[in-house]
Design a protein around this ligand. Sequence first.
Ligand SMILES: Cc1ncc(C[n+]2csc(CCOP(=O)(O)OP(=O)(O)O)c2C)c(N)n1
Ligand SMILES: [Mg+2]
Length: 313
Amino acid sequence: MEKYAVFVPKLIAKRESFAPGHRACVGCGEALAVRQACKALGRDAIIVNATGCMEVIATPIPYTSWRLPWIHTLFENAAATASGVEAGLKAMVRKGKRPAKEIRVVAMAGDGGTSDIGLQALSGALERGHDFLYICFDNEAYMNTGIQRSSATPYGASTTTAPAGKLSIGQVTWKKNMPAIAAAHDIPYVATACPSYPFDLMAKVEKGVSTPGPAYIHILSVCPTGWRCAPDLTVRIGRLAVETGIFPLYEIENGKYKLTIDVPQLRPVRDYLKLQGRFRHLSEEKVLEIQNRVNVDYARLKEKVACSQKLNS
Ligand SMILES: Cc1ncc(C[n+]2csc(CCOP(=O)(O)OP(=O)(O)O)c2C)c(N)n1
Ligand SMILES: [Mg+2]
């Protein structure tokens, strides 16, 4: 055995900067994603964390799961606080108060904190060009406060504030396209990721923090509690989101699109929807409507990828 051990490549950091023992629900995809992201970040990072599940489960006073410097911000201003941290570090170097060592500034927020209430602060930080990485952990609702819909909740999902019933299918709007909004700021790096594809996720986090200027990563985080799915299916459901084209994995580097996981033949969206209680009420007709929308969105994404390939050649 030992003879072979020397040939085993070191694929991931052993160190856990997001320590076990926190209070996340069983099967929490968001906790898994944070853990993977931290492995890619290394030790020289400062985390700026908006209020949301990750803050609630990992930092009940006097405990913390964070083994990195961590600052809690309000729901609406993670990107503004990260901007201040980044500018402050630069000023200290300029004044000779600290050595010019790279410190990675990383803002983390949920989908509510990103696509709704924190959008203005995020847009400002991206536009000003701060050198930081912003990660949105998207569990598709305001989960820690009781599964309320956000603008990232998908069409047809039942939530406590958009409940499915006789008069409604649940969420009646289509999911806001946050990566496209981030990309519209013309920043050097935008990506989507999912902890069901850990190496893809970690490579993107590494790329995002190493890119000078702002970077944005949108991570789909399966939430068994809010999605009403079996906790042991978290990784499977994340894979199905990608395999059905509902959540494609891609990156946009300096405006050029690339699919990092290409799915030549998409699976039917039904395979993804049927495992989740939040979609259980949907009629055949509604499932078809979702399928048609996914087909169109995926084709549009493929067009952007093809166009970027042409520009490269
Ligand atoms: C201004 C303001 N409004 C409401 C709240 C209550 N609140 C705290 S976290 C949260 C939901 C967070 O949702 P999201 O950002 O998606 O993170 P998740 O809990 O799903 O991880 C809400 C409504 C607050 N803290 N501040
Ligand atoms: Mg959320």
